[in-house]
Design a protein around this ligand. Structure first.
Ligand SMILES: C[S@@+](CC[C@H](N)C(=O)[O-])C[C@H]1O[C@@H](n2cnc3c(N)ncnc32)[C@H](O)[C@@H]1O
Length: 314
């Protein structure tokens, strides 16, 4: 009897040991599966957010501002990318202004925050060597298609204007950042970083052209909307509402796109930098000559009245 009991105890102990080892291995196995799944989810999300290099903190509770900001910039422009060229067709005056500052061809140009790349496309057609960068995948794709269809050789990159040095290893005769793109950066520190990167990417004697909405006028006169854009040929209306928030020093830019009988609403926060602060940051970034214009015809900049602010810096 005792022998049977001992035998039973042994068997029971082995059973417990097997159970313990089995559970241990199963838990480990499940943990490994979980880690692999998290890893792949992370990869997929990284792809969705266009290989965003600021994507470091999706795990845990530290999703940072840059990431959130970039996601919101992307969804804003993703939504309107296919209508963008109908809303903002390229302007001849802008092309002529850029060509005049760039000088005789051949010249290497860099279009920062190129959007759907209308300006890159036109300048490339006219014989300039063009590199174009934008954060938004869809905007960049639009340019890629147009470039292919036109048999052009534009160097097109998706990336953040704050990380240009990591993406580019050439130098340029002229860098332009137009269409109010600069104010998508969050604060002065970022704008200064951007200017410093550009300075280091310019050839000796190279220049930078910036165009933004004149926020001196916007803040002085409490401007709360920009003129509605209408393209009757394709049946598009684009309403633009500005709402300045003193506490955050941001302009909430709300847009309503009316197309095909539907309304697409969007909102993005812009940093309303003043002309004096642009000058200050350009100086601290190493630009020595800075000229301000009130438009692309080369008219004088008037802080109270000019609608855009155009800056040329060397
Ligand atoms: C109003 S659009 C201007 C596009 C074009 N430059 C033009 O004049 O038509 C602003 C563009 O800035 C891009 N953008 C915003 N933040 C950016 C960033 N941090 N780096 C690169 N591009 C950015 C957006 O994706 C968008 O295409």
């Amino acid at each position: 009897m005792r022998g049977i009991n001992r035998n039973f105890n042994f068997k029971f102990c082995f059973f417990l040991k097997d159970l313990f080892v089995g559970t241990f291995f199963t838990i480990n196995f499940l943990l490994i599966l979980l880690i692999i799944q998290i890893y792949y989810n992370r990869k997929i999300l990284q792809k969705v957010y266009h290989k965003n290099e600021d994507f470091r903190t999706i795990l845990g509770n530290t999703i940072n501002n840059v990431f959130l900001k970039e996601c919101s910039v992307m969804s804003f422009y993703e939504e309107i990318s296919k209508y963008y060229d109908f809303i903002f067709p390229i302007g001849k005056e802008k092309i002529n202004f850029i060509k005049k500052v760039a000088g005789e061809k051949p010249k290497d140009l860099l279009d920062v925050a190129c959007g759907t790349g209308g300006y890159s496309l036109e300048l490339s057609k006219q014989g300039y060597n063009v590199t174009a960068v934008d954060l938004d995948y869809k905007m960049v794709e639009e340019l890629r298609n147009k470039s292919l269809n036109n048999n052009l050789d534009i160097n097109i990159l998706q990336g953040n204007m704050l990380e240009l040095n990591q993406k580019l290893n050439s130098k340029y005769d002229l860098v332009f950042c137009i269409g109010n793109s600069l104010v998508h950066l969050n604060e002065e520190k970022e704008i200064e970083k951007f200017f410093k990167e550009i300075k280091s990417l310019l050839k000796k004697g190279g220049s930078l052209v910036i165009q933004i909405i004149n926020y001196d006028r916007v803040l002085m006169h409490n401007v709360n909307f920009l003129p509605t854009i209408e393209n009757k040929d394709v049946g598009i209306k684009f309403k633009r509402i500005y709402n300045y928030d003193k506490n955050t020093n941001k302009v909430l830019f709300k847009t309503i796109l009316q197309v095909n009988g539907k309304e697409i609403e969007n909102e993005i926060a812009l940093y309303p930098i003043l002309s004096k602060d642009i000058i200050k940051l350009l100086r601290s970034s190493g630009f020595e000559s800075i000229q301000l214009f009130g438009d692309f015809k080369g008219n004088k900049f008037e802080p109270h009245n000019s609608y855009p602010l155009v800056v040329v810096a060397y």
